[in-house]
Design a protein. Structure first.
Length: 220
């Protein structure tokens, strides 16, 4: 950029060739025109990565409330949703001939403390799903360390046309069971079931969620 002294006819203005004359605080200066960057064609690898990222972002967006509770401490200097994006891009999104797809067994609603649930089971009763679990820790340690942890549950449909259903901060971990309504469906549908736990003591702690398995829900 260069300053311009006024000539006999005053200061020049406007575009001249490859430069443009501008004025700022009564000072006339000249600068080059901005370069027009031609859009570079993306490589196959870049196209796939962009497609994978977009798929993951779209897939996860409806479950943001879960991630805000369940991914608070997964990665430093990241929002909970971005941390969930990072986890799923690395562990739960597969790239195949038909494009990106979710690995339901690796999908997670929370990450944190490791392997604190020994076993889980499910039962459908009166169009409600009962999820049962057994904690790994003894009752004494459970009461002292994890008493403030409450259940998070998500029913994720295999058919994207069906609605998901979930709950946040349900029963305490020591309750060992949680009821959740099954979504209304027009025909028999498969749902993948996830169970996680998050603290309510202000610590933002959470546990690794468990893939409980898949269930078949029938039309009411």
């Amino acid at each position: 950029m260069a300053r311009v002294n006024n000539g006999a006819n005053g200061a020049p203005s406007g575009k001249v060739g490859a430069v443009v004359f501008c004025k700022w605080k009564d000072i006339t200066y000249v600068r080059s025109l901005p370069k027009v960057r031609k859009k570079r064609k993306l490589s196959d690898s870049e196209e796939k990565n962009r497609g994978k990222f977009g798929f993951t972002q779209t897939f996860l967006a409806p479950f943001t409330k879960f991630f805000r509770l369940g991914f608070q401490h997964y990665a430093e200097n990241m929002t909970a949703f971005n941390a969930a994006m990072s986890y799923h891009l690395e562990h739960a999104v597969l790239m195949g001939a038909q494009g990106p797809a979710i690995n339901y067994e690796k999908f997670a609603i929370s990450r944190g403390l490791d392997d604190l649930i020994v076993s889980t089971s499910t039962e459908i009763v009166d169009h409600k799903l009962e999820i049962k679990w057994e904690p790994k820790m003894t009752k004494e340690l459970l009461n002292h360390e994890l008493i403030d942890f409450r259940a998070m549950a998500l029913l994720l449909p295999e058919n994207s046309m069906d609605q998901s259903n979930g709950l946040l901060l349900g029963n305490s971990i020591e309750h060992r069971s949680q009821l959740i309504d099954l979504p209304k469906i027009s025909e028999s549908s498969i749902f993948h079931v996830y169970l996680g736990f998050a603290a309510t003591d202000g610590s933002n702690r959470s546990m690794n969620s468990v893939y409980v398995g898949k269930i078949t829900a029938e039309k009411e």
